[in-house]
Design a protein around this ligand. Structure first.
Ligand code: NAD
Length: 262
């Protein structure tokens, strides 16, 4: 088991990619602390983890609120006495209107607060404990291909995900002296409750498949292997990186016909 008795916090683990990572970590022996605003979903993931014989707790947490994040860290330490890994996965897309001309100040602030400030706050509080315990640690931030290319989701979402890539580099350099690795994962299109409405439209699913060189939409489980790598000692000399998990989408060109790929 690659994470035997490690303690991992996963934010936004009530559904989708976060859920898959939390369960995947538990299958490798980790105990999991879930911070999410969706208590019902989080409780059911915690039950799933306990069925695997690992311990799990749920702390209702809005990652954009420092007091909530502090509570998540304090309760995790009270329960497990340490934090080895934190996966900063919680995020939102926000409400339309989605153009730079129309976007409201409130929507801008809300998405940046959850998606980018949330990563900073969770890392800040977790790192305090990792430093106090002097056993190093692993921080994994969930960015997106949207942090690298503009695919028209929403400017604030794209900016938040691009910000995570730079924040990952900044934290990697700052925390290296404490033996804390900081890396990011940039998923491409992954089937989850967030993308279900889009993928339920047959034309959208077909278009997406054709735009992805590996010719399929990703599943939350596709993100688990890279997350496990970044959480385990296999990645001890890797820091500041973003691994894109996108079926090759990012570095393909939309005008190149799919049969171009040999
Ligand atoms: N699904 C994709 O195609 C895709 C692609 C690229 C990146 N991502 C990123 O992957 C991560 C997970 O996305 P998903 O598709 O699984 O989405 P999802 O909507 O299924 O899960 C998001 C989770 O975050 C929680 N959450 C939302 N706001 C929160 C807050 N303020 N505090 C705490 N928890 C909060 C939700 O309750 C939910 O459990 C996100 O960071 C997302 O930006 C997803």
């Amino acid at each position: 088991m690659r994470l035997l008795d490690k303690v991992a916090i996963v934010t936004g683990a009530a559904s989708g990619i976060g859920r898959a990572i939390a369960v995947g970590f538990a299958k490798e022996g980790a105990h999991v602390s879930i911070g999410d605003i969706n208590l019902e979903g989080a409780e059911s993931v915690a039950d799933e983890i306990e069925m695997l014989g690992r311990r799990a707790i749920v702390v209702k947490t809005n990652v954009a609120e420092a007091s909530d994040v502090k509570r998540l860290i304090d309760i995790t330490i009270a329960e497990f006495e340490e934090i080895n890994i934190i996966v900063n996965n919680a995020a939102m897309v926000g409400e339309p209107p989605l153009t730079c001309q129309e976007i409201s100040e409130d929507t801008w602030d809300q998405v940046l607060a959850v998606n980018l400030k949330g990563v900073l706050l969770c890392s800040q509080y977790a790192v305090k404990e990792m430093i106090r315990l002097s056993r190093g640690g692993k921080i994994i931030n969930i960015s997106s291909i949207s942090g690298e290319v503009y695919i028209g989701i929403a400017p604030n979402y794209h900016v938040s995900k691009a910000g995570i890539i730079m924040l990952t580099k900044a934290m990697a350099i700052e925390f290296a002296k404490y033996n804390i690795n900081v890396n990011a994962i940039g998923p491409g299109l992954i089937e989850s409750p967030a993308t279900k409405p889009l993928l339920d439209i047959p034309e959208c699913r077909e278009f997406a498949k054709n735009a992805i060189p590996l010719h399929r939409v990703g599943q939350p489980e596709d993100v688990v292997g890279p997350a496990l790598f970044l959480a385990s000692k296999d990645s001890d000399f890797v820091t500041g990186q973003t691994i894109f998990v996108d079926g090759g989408f990012l570095y393909s060109h939309p005008t190149v016909p799919t049969n171009y790929y040999p």
